[in-house]
Design a protein around this ligand. Structure first.
Ligand code: GLA
Ligand code: ZN
Length: 719
């Protein structure tokens, strides 16, 4: 039997696969954060609350302590499926009724989970095909969590059944403020390789390519005898003897992200039908590469994120800043929710350091500075049993007495209300960084000139922007760039013609563009653009790169420029031919001596920089400083590199400065004289003293109170 060219949904149902094609409409309103903030009249504060792990007497202690800590929102029911539905036909909602009533009585709102994050043991027993399978063919069994295959019809049915039951029962509960679908989709299992996924993949491919000829062309199957003559021959790119087909791999990543998204959408549809007024979220997790979040984001009312920087890393706040900006970008620059962070240590690193005093507060306020309207934790009360018993919690094993973590949690809870006026405002950022998941995935495939990591390329170009105090936002290819002055492309290995046009148009219209090496190399199917790299960007960058010459680890080559600056490059170099650009940095070593390593090209009204080598930090910073000054970007304040300053502002002309001292030294900053402190010491005569590790939040302008929307003319970051 041959598979139909386009399998119907019935065909898929026959093989037990659920469709994984994204048909649901994007959200029309992305105002979930606004609706939550309005409901709470504050920045949200709280955490994951798992009362099913505790006797009922403890719940009363919980709500009393929640009030003491200033908690106004808790996430409930994330892992409660097995307790809510002991068997397919039986329900036990009594305990959750009592928990929600208790929370409502004590003025604590609820982010209520659909309870589908971890299927109950009975589901795997009855439907072993709901279990996910690895690329090697190993089944992932129950006993942990997230053991579901996104393409399993039985899982889909069971998950939508429990989601429906929860929605029906609690849609009108007074505690309900937000729906929480699943939990960290793809955190543990972001790709499943089972037969059901194989069938769903074929369906997805048929939608994408229409027929086998187009698919064969897209995957370049004339290479290594891979041409497909029937749809059934197509498999997920499971473990293979040699390097797997990169175009097939790339499509499987795209499919896998969509397959999980389809699970989310199936639940969202139910919530929309049952309780359309309550906003819906699903929390993104720190494995940001796992899914194409640009495809997910339009389907949530509010973007939410779980942030777990490592306290052992003295620079951890930088990566946290990146994720915060990315979340805000996903939210279309609307506020997002920090839905989880550890009050102190986690349990899942090899060594789990506590957060030193003040760190939790500073990192919480960093999220708020960068657009979060919620500061939430995992979890409220530390578990007594189970895999996470040594994860810190707002209330630890020892209770509150003598607990530094509790004291810090309660202190922050007491301070956040003074920032209520900030909720709903936006973050000022006129530097944009391009992020694209297809390109990220394609870049990191094996069998390239050298192993490049997108996150590492991002850190290379982001660090100097941070150090210069410039706040960035993230954009996807094709996004509107009207408020963007400087556009940074750390790496865009995969760049189709439309994206190249978008970048080119930005420069033509007067923008300043900075592009890192090995960009513009392949099209959307991972086929090389011929004629010299970076083919579709050659005109705007004014360069042509006939070949590349990566450097082994430990090898450093000297460069000179801009001007007399002396620097070096590691990891990557290439023989750039000038085709309209001027050289800014030149190689001093080896066969590339005298050839450009970085260039600048005027194009239309704007200019485009190209960095054709992995330049050292100082050289890169000099180039980016030049680009930023050409773009007219200025930081909100002059501050040392270890002091993070971010401005939030609203539509009424009000603005706030957040200054976070990540260093171990006190600093003195010059601030506008008409600032008023909402948090931290008041500045005197335009001077702000910021002790080591401290944070200040200042309202700018002459505003006296929350009602005063006049503000000063302080909102612009551009000079
Ligand atoms: C994730 C999960 C939580 C918990 C924490 C622990 O963020 O969503 O359920 O496991 O990690 O750090
Ligand atoms: Zn599967």
């Amino acid at each position: 039997m041959t598979h139909p060219v386009t399998p119907t949904l019935d065909d898929l149902a026959a093989v037990g696969a659920a469709p994984a094609v994204i048909e649901a409409a994007p959200r029309k309103r992305r105002d979930g954060a606004h609706r939550v903030a309005q409901r709470l009249d504050a920045i949200a504060y709280g955490g994951d609350y798992n009362p099913e792990q505790w006797p009922e007497a403890v719940w009363h202690d919980d709500v009393r302590l929640m009030r003491a800590a200033g908690v106004n929102l808790v996430t409930v029911g994330v892992f409660a499926w097995a307790n809510l539905q002991p068997s397919p036909g039986a329900w036990d909602f009594g305990w959750l009724d009592r928990v929600l009533d208790l929370l409502a009585e004590h003025g604590v709102a609820v982010d209520l989970a659909t309870a589908t994050a971890s299927p109950p043991p009975w589901l795997a027993r009855r439907h072993p095909e709901t279990l996910p399978v690895t690329a090697e063919g190993t089944t992932l069994w129950p006993g942990g969590r997230q053991h579901f295959c996104p393409s399993s019809a039985a899982f889909r049915e069971a998950a939508t059944t429990v989601a429906h039951a929860v929605a029906d029962r609690y849609a009108d509960h007074p505690a309900l403020a937000l729906w929480h679908v699943g939990n960290e989709y793809g955190c543990h299992v972001n790709v499943c390789w089972c037969d059901r996924c194989a069938a769903a993949f074929r369906h997805w491919l048929a939608q994408r390519y229409g027929d086998l000829d187009a698919l064969n062309a897209a995957w370049g199957t004339d290479f290594w005898s891979q041409r497909y003559h029937a749809w059934e021959e197509i498999l997920p790119p499971r473990t293979v003897p040699a390097i797997p087909n990169p175009s097939q791999q790339l499509d499987y990543r795209r499919f896998a992200s969509d397959a999980l998204l389809a699970c989310y959408l199936a639940e969202r549809e139910i919530l929309d039908a049952v309780s359309p007024a309550v906003p819906v979220t699903t929390n993104a997790h720190p494995h940001l590469e796992a899914q194409d979040w640009w495809r997910w984001a339009p389907h949530v009312d509010v973007v939410s994120y779980d942030s777990y920087p490592d306290p052992a890393d003295p620079e951890a706040h930088r990566a946290a800043g990146v994720s915060a900006d990315l979340m805000r970008g996903l939210a279309g620059e609307a506020p997002w929710l920090l839905l989880e962070q550890a009050p102190s240590a986690v349990n899942w690193r090899a060594c789990n350091m506590m957060k030193p005093p003040g760190t939790m507060r500073r990192w919480s306020l960093q999220a708020v500075a960068r657009g979060a309207d919620a500061v939430m934790f995992f979890q409220w009360r530390a578990s007594k049993a189970g895999a996470e018993k040594f994860h810190s919690a707002m209330v630890g094993h020892a209770g509150t007495e003598g607990s530094r973590t509790w004291d810090e949690v309660a202190a922050l809870g007491a301070q956040l209300p003074s920032l209520a006026e900030v909720a709903g405002s936006q973050v000022a950022a006129d530097v944009a960084i391009v992020c694209d998941w297809s390109s990220w995935w394609a870049l990191e495939q094996p069998s390239h000139p050298t192993a490049l990591r997108w996150g590492d390329q991002l850190a290379w170009l982001r660090r100097p922007l941070d150090d210069a105090g410039l706040t960035s936002r993230f954009v996807a290819p094709g996004h509107a760039l009207d408020v963007v002055a400087l556009l940074v492309v750390p790496n865009l290995y995969l760049c189709d013609e439309a994206t190249a046009r978008w970048l080119t148009d930005f420069v033509t219209a007067g923008g300043v563009l900075v592009v890192g090496f090995f960009s513009g190399v392949v099209d959307a199917t991972d086929h090389v653009h011929l004629g010299g790299y970076p083919a579709p960007l050659r005109t705007v960058l004014g360069v042509r790169v006939p070949e590349v010459d990566p450097l082994p680890e430990g090898v450093t080559v000297a460069v000179r420029g801009p001007g007399e600056h002396r620097g070096h490059a590691t990891m990557w170099r290439e023989p750039i031919e000038l085709a309209g650009a001027e050289p800014l940095v030149t190689h001093e070593d080896g066969w590339l001596r005298g050839r450009p390593a970085a260039t600048r090209c005027r194009h239309g009204e704007g200019v485009a920089y190209y960095l054709g080598a992995r330049l050292d930090a100082a050289t890169t910073a000099t180039l980016l400083a030049e680009a930023a000054s050409e773009a007219g970007c200025v930081p909100p304040l002059d501050a040392p590199a270890q002091v993070e300053v971010v401005r939030r502002r609203d539509d009424h002309g009000r603005s706030w400065l957040f200054a976070l001292n990540h260093s171990e030294e006190p600093v003195t900053l010059t601030v506008p004289t008409d600032c008023r402190a909402l948090l931290g010491d008041a500045p005197t005569g335009g001077t702000l003293h910021l002790p080591a590790g401290e944070v200040a939040v200042l309202r700018e302008g002459s505003g006296e109170g929350d009602e005063d929307h006049a503000g000063g003319d302080t909102a612009a970051t551009k000079g």
